[in-house]
Design a protein around this ligand. Structure first.
Ligand SMILES: Nc1nc2c(c(=O)[nH]1)N[C@H]1C(S)=C(S)[C@@H](COP(=O)(O)O)O[C@H]1N2
Ligand SMILES: [Mo]
Length: 319
């Protein structure tokens, strides 16, 4: 009998994922591990409703992109089973276990601030944007990485649609704040809601996408359904999940991890092997599924596309 390894299986053939999504159970209360670590030990990802039961929903008509890497893709079970999403707990296994309580319909994203055309987008409108598959590396500051076949559209499309004013220098993103659906928000692990930000040119870069799915299907809850940011040259924590608001602002906005531990996490948070985290090295990483560690690449390997954004900046200070 021929047994295919996950790497050999085309996304259309994958059924374990479908089974998994169908088997999702309704969990109202999530008992979160009492493993909150004290401040000074804050690590994005180390710290420690009723969703609709849905079958796997295919996202059709997604084009392939020249920006994609052809490195082997991380198996779906790892992408959906090893997550940082503190709104559902601080263990890597918590988001998969507890995120059924997230209700992803109806869902709107409010776009406001320094724009000529403020607007509220319904998620189903956003799914009509030109969707592409983008196979990107995602690297966590904890020094592990994955290769994820995201489905999404360029954030620049949305930005152009709302016409930023000349005062729009940064964009802030805000995650849903609802402790009923997100039981992790009942604990003060972070200042809720989770917030993140990008400078306008970073947001406009064609690599920056709003992700709405992966492996050809709608975004699993634990990966930030129904819509999240994916910025492939920055540490994973910049890629904020389950966003409900996009705000155009003049000044550098606060970001969740910078607020939680400013001595450890800056605003830019570019993947940079030459700037270590104060408590551990960033020079190498463990690709999930690999045995040997590999060297971390400048800007996570996207140097050619983004290095120009940081010309003249001292990245050891503006990390
Ligand atoms: N709202 C929210 N977004 C978040 C996080 C979070 O805890 N809450 N964790 C971040 C971190 S630390 C990482 S590494 C990535 C992980 O994304 P993934 O679970 O899809 O791999 O999500 C980021 N986005
Ligand atoms: Mo992370």
């Amino acid at each position: 009998m021929l047994i295919k390894r996950p790497d050999d299986i085309k996304s259309g053939e994958i059924t374990d994922k479908e089974l998994y999504l169908n088997r999702r159970q309704f969990i109202r209360t999530a008992s979160l591990g009492a493993a909150g670590l004290g401040s000074g030990l804050l690590i994005p990802g180390l710290l420690g409703p009723l969703g609709e039961a849905r079958g796997a929903t295919k996202l059709t008509g997604t084009g392939k992109s020249a920006f994609s890497t052809d490195e082997p893709q991380t198996p779906l079970k790892d992408i959906t089973g090893y997550n940082n999403f503190y709104e559902f707990g601080t263990d890597k296994s918590d988001p998969k276990r507890y995120s059924d309580s997230l209700k992803t319909r109806p869902w709107t994203v409010v776009v406001e601030g320094e724009v000529n055309k403020p607007r509220t987008f319904d998620i189903d409108e956003m799914l009509k944007m030109p969707l592409e598959e983008r196979v990107y590396r995602l690297r966590c500051v904890e020094a592990w990485s994955m290769v994820v076949p995201w489905i999404g559209f360029e954030l620049s499309h949305l930005i152009k649609a709302v016409e930023p004013t000349a005062n729009a220098k940064y964009i802030q993103f805000v995650t849903l704040h609802d402790p009923e659906q997100m039981p992790g928000q009942r604990r003060g692990v972070l200042d809720w809601p989770y917030v993140e930000g990008l400078r306008m040119d970073e947001a406009m870069n064609p690599l920056t996408i709003l992700g709405v799915g992966l492996y050809g299907e709608v975004m699993p809850n634990q990966n930030g359904a129904p819509i999240r940011v994916v910025v492939p040259w920055k540490y994973g924590f910049k890629s904020i999940k389950s966003i409900v608001k996009i705000r155009f602002v003049e000044k550098e906005p606060p970001t969740a991890w910078n607020v939680a531990a400013p001595q450890e996490y800056g605003f830019y948070s570019n993947v940079n092997p030459t700037v270590n985290h104060p408590r551990w090295s960033q020079a190498s990483e463990r690709r999930i599924g690999d045995f040997f560690r590999r060297k971390t690449l400048m800007f996570n390997g996207y140097e050619e596309q983004v290095a120009h954004l940081y010309k003249g900046m001292d990245l050891t200070k503006l990390y």
